[in-house]
Design a protein around this ligand. Structure first.
Ligand code: ATP
Ligand code: MG
Length: 555
């Protein structure tokens, strides 16, 4: 889990450094090319950090380009969210955002050029026959009867397709490549299809649209992308992109593939995530359980943590599964530096200090963040009745020598307060403990301790008089299966029914009255929590960002 001390160059940096050294390129141009058909997820963050990170490192440029060739699935809402997420991660694209749809005219001209070279033809075969003739990877395809159409007829039909004379699916434009290629993408792939659909940017100007494969590579060429980086599934598309570059005589962007991020217990596919949103399995794209950037932001993950995570996982050529613990580790590391500590009690039980006078109040001085000297201190009122966590008391600890917290006749320090000794407790008729009694030692005030006493346990506490109530949304993994790539039934069967538990009995120290939406805190010894957008002044609502390992007990 350690970050490498000195930077070793990954294979993409090696390629870039060589290209710059050899003078192949004076500077580099990369791009991040999302399709605006959903919200970005943690996998995209890897591609963003890679493309923008390389441009930063090598003083190059990185474009943001929306590959928007599927009008039915794309929306301006998605464009806006994608821009917001990239900005949140701390990156800035070169100039204005670009769109493949900006190039629809140019792409149309390129298609015409292919037809004129007899390198593309209009096919009228219905889908079923079309697929039957394409063959299988082991069996070569057979030519469509329309493959030998004349250039003139093809040009005429393509024009009429554009003019809207035909129905959806009635005809397609195919590149004329190689029907016997073992690579199915080379068997005369479709490059234009008829879609009478309104596009989020070009409206009803077009009723034919280029396929992703026809738009993506050429858009890279139009933008003079030097290093076109994409995930491994596109390796088999590369021969097609190279073929198009050659046939069209356009700028030769060079594609290099890297392994996508696969994260345990997580789905990284916009399409499936959209299914969760539309089926109301989550509350929205920004549900804090979602692996979307808007979801993890709302949960309390920081952009620095995501960028560090991307650095740690690096880029490799082989697909693998990344442990979610690695991501959580990055989040903890970052929040440990930034989040102020406060006392929050998730499962409160009353502790009554019987030798403390009813009306007496003392202000205790609490450090906000031991990791950050500039974070200052705050005051915490100490009163006769306090809340502590039920889990910090055991009537009969199973291994008494290892139990450093509270129990009958045991002593602990109330952090920033006094050392107390448990003198008894009260049980209700149901056998559940209702109250705990203790006496404090006046010589042990934190910072002014003259007792010489040493205790091993330190507990968090909140004054009953001043406590504020809150709701905490406790999240667990969204799925119960580690490798969601290999499930062959409906992925929704693997949803964790306990991925959200709401705890409404939480009590917090009074300083949290001032907490604002978006603030993150460490509830001491418990974890990191962020104030949610649903929070109001009367009803504080927190998301549990990530738990914390208990490392106080033995200090
Ligand atoms: P999804 O299936 O989630 O929609 P996609 O690849 O179809 O993913 P795009 O919008 O086309 O989504 O992706 C934009 C860029 O992000 C592409 O270059 C793609 O390779 C990259 N990308 C997508 N998913 C991952 C991932 N899990 N890890 C790394 N890069 C990814
Ligand atoms: Mg895609």
């Amino acid at each position: 889990m350690e970050e490498p001390k000195k930077e070793s160059l990954n294979f993409i940096k090696q390629i870039i450094e060589k290209d710059l050294e050899d003078g192949k390129h004076a500077s580099i141009q990369t791009r991040f090319p999302p399709e605006p058909n959903g919200y970005l997820h943690i996998g995209h963050a890897k591609a963003i950090c890679l493309n923008f990170g390389l441009a930063e490192k090598y003083n190059g440029k990185c474009n943001l380009r929306f590959d928007d060739t599927n009008p039915e699935k794309e929306k301006t809402e998605y464009v806006d969210s994608i821009k917001k997420d990239i900005t949140w991660l701390g990156f800035d694209w070169e100039g204005d955002a670009r769109y493949s749809s900006d190039y629809f005219d140019e792409l149309y001209t390129m298609a015409v050029k292919l037809i004129e070279k007899s390198a593309a033809y209009i096919d009228d075969l219905p889908a079923e026959e079309f697929n039957a003739l394409r063959g299988t990877p082991n069996e070569p395809g057979k030519p469509s009867p329309y493959r030998s159409r004349s250039i003139e007829e093809n040009l005429d039909l393509f024009k009429r397709m554009k003019a809207g004379e035909f129905e959806n699916g009635e005809r397609v434009l195919r590149a004329k490549i190689d029907l016997s290629s073992p690579n199915m993408h080379m068997r005369d792939p479709i490059i234009y299809r008829i879609k009478h659909a309104t596009h989020h940017r070009t409206g009803d100007t077009w009723c034919i649209y280029p396929t992703y494969d026809f738009a993506h590579g050429q858009s890279d060429s139009i933008e003079k992308v030097t290093h076109s980086l994409c995930t491994l599934e596109f390796e088999v598309h590369r021969p097609l992109y190279s073929w198009l570059i050659k046939e069209l005589g356009i700028y030769p962007s060079e594609q290099t593939e890297f392994a996508r991020l696969n994260l345990e217990y997580t789905i990284v596919s916009k399409r499936k995530l959209r299914e969760l949103v539309e089926g109301n399995h989550v509350t929205g794209w920004d549900d804090p359980r979602m692996p979307t950037l808007s979801g993890i932001r709302r949960r309390g993950y920081t952009s620095e943590a995501i960028r560090n995570f991307a650095d740690i996982i690096g880029v490799v050529k082989r697909n693998s599964m990344t442990d979610v613990a690695l991501l959580e580790h990055s989040v903890r590391e970052d929040l440990n530096k930034k989040a102020n500590r406060v006392f929050g009690i998730l499962d409160p039980i009353k502790l009554i200090i019987t030798n403390w006078p009813e009306e007496k109040e003392e202000m205790m001085m609490a450090k906000n963040n031991p990791e950050d000297g500039s974070a200052g201190t705050r005051e915490m009122p100490f009163t006769r009745e306090l809340y502590i966590d039920r889990g910090d008391f055991k009537e009969d600890p199973p291994s008494p020598k290892k139990w450093y917290r509270l129990g009958p006749d045991r002593e602990v320090r109330l952090k920033f307060g006094y050392i107390i000794k448990c003198t008894g407790f009260k049980k209700g008729d149901d056998g559940v403990i209702e109250e705990i009694y203790a006496e404090y030692d006046p010589d042990t005030r934190s910072g002014q301790d003259t007792s010489g006493k040493k205790v091993k346990g330190t507990l968090g506490w909140v004054s009953v008089t001043y406590a504020i109530g809150a709701e905490v949304r406790m999240y667990d993994r969204l799925f119960t299966t580690a490798n969601m790539n290999t499930v062959d039934d409906d992925f929704k069967n693997h949803l964790n029914p306990d991925s959200l538990k709401i705890n409404s009995k939480v009590v917090l120290e009074p300083s949290l009255k001032k907490a604002k939406v978006g603030d993150s805190f460490q509830f001491e010894r418990i974890g990191y929590f962020r104030v949610d957008e649903d929070s109001t002044e009367d009803h504080l609502t927190f998301n549990r960002t990530v738990t914390l390992r208990d490392n106080w007990a033995k200090k």
